[in-house]
Design a protein around this ligand. Structure first.
Ligand code: ATP
Ligand code: MG
Length: 306
């Protein structure tokens, strides 16, 4: 069984993350009622997991719970029809309400959302849990009818704890370095963390650099090495770059990391930072932030007292 399934939390105790969210949810359970919820966040952050835990804790069972996807291909008619059907079938057992999870609510157009807003109010015995990537794409009247929770990225302390706990449950101790490396490459997604960990656990001798290679993110050490060779004008610089490319590192991510290192400025003097930031900021595809850094460094360099 894959780790993401085996360790899919079924209770709040197994759910890693925001204390406030968990406290709120526990309060809903104690009260025996909950508001409509709007969960904002990208894939693999625990939105569906949370809805399922609420279902379990309210004792709803599968018959009183329905999950649908609202993305573009579904007309508002279909959605309203589904809601109506679900609402009109009797509740199974003596439960206070049913829960309907509507994924990708921001995939509904504005008009569909306006119609859905009314649907939300018709049925007293349904609580909606809406999920979306971007809460600003959900119309205000819907937002106002929901408690909104953000699931953007799992905090790094929770993430590292999740990773090491799952490894331990699989009878493996992960070094701090490996746990940190996994956390760094998964960008706040616990689902991705479970998938990377899956591979890490079958390879006893895996290194930090290999973990970075698995997802194409450069490891800081290699980028530092390339950066110092190029700053010294060493012929090793292109060799180091090629070595990174050969292992499948994404060059876009190397540029971003170089930019980050030069902005931070650790271990670099002023002229080294300037040459890197100006070069990046003057590239055709540079972001606004990178162009701005180039302006700042160019002007500041000119104005600096000798
Ligand atoms: N808070 C958490 N604690 C521990 N594991 C978690 C947590 N949240 C998510 N996971 C892990 O991530 C997996 C995916 O979670 P989930 O299905 O809830 O994602 P989602 O946010 O609904 O994503 P999608 O937008 O793709 O539907 C779970 O099976 C579980 O392994
Ligand atoms: Mg989901």
């Amino acid at each position: 069984m894959p780790l993401w399934r085996k360790y899919r939390p079924e209770t709040f105790d197994e759910f890693y993350g925001s204390k406030r969210l968990i406290e709120d949810c526990k309060a809903y359970i104690t009260k025996g009622d909950m508001p409509h919820l709007l969960l904002e966040g990208p894939a693999g952050r625990g939105k569906t997991v949370l809805a399922e835990i609420l279902r379990n804790e309210f004792g709803l069972g599968r018959m009183n719970y329905l999950e649908i996807n609202a993305s573009n291909d579904r007309s508002v008619k279909v959605i309203r029809g589904t809601v109506k059907n679900f609402a009109q079938t009797a509740r199974v057992g003596s439960v206070p309400f049913k829960i309907m999870l509507i994924d990708e609510a921001d995939g509904m157009g504005k008009i569909a959302q306006a119609a859905f807003k009314r649907t939300m109010e018709i049925y007293p015995h349904i609580r909606f849990i809406l999920t979306c990537n971007d809460v600003s794409k959900v119309i205000k009247p819907i937002r106002d009818r929901c408690m909104v929770y953000k699931f953007k990225t799992m905090h790094y302390t929770h993430m590292e704890r999740l990773i090491t706990d799952v490894a331990r449950k699989e009878d493996r101790t992960l070094s701090k370095e490996l746990a940190t490396a996994i956390r760094q490459v998964v960008g706040g997604s616990p689902r991705k963390a479970m998938n990377i960990l899956e591979t890490v656990l079958v390879r006893a001798d895996i290194t930090v650099a290999e973990i970075h290679q698995m997802v194409g993110t450069p490891d800081e050490e290699s980028v530092f090495a390339m950066m110092f060779s190029m700053l010294k004008g060493s012929e090793n610089a292109p060799k180091r770059m090629k070595a990174m490319m050969d292992t499948g590192t994404d060059p876009e991510k190397v540029i971003r990391m170089l930019f980050g290192l030069a902005m931070k400025g650790d271990k670099l003097d002023w002229s080294q930072r300037t040459v890197i930031l100006r070069t990046i900021g003057n590239l055709p595809g540079a972001t606004a932030e990178q162009r701005l850094a180039s302006i700042v460094m160019t002007v500041a360099t000119r104005r600096r007292k000798p």
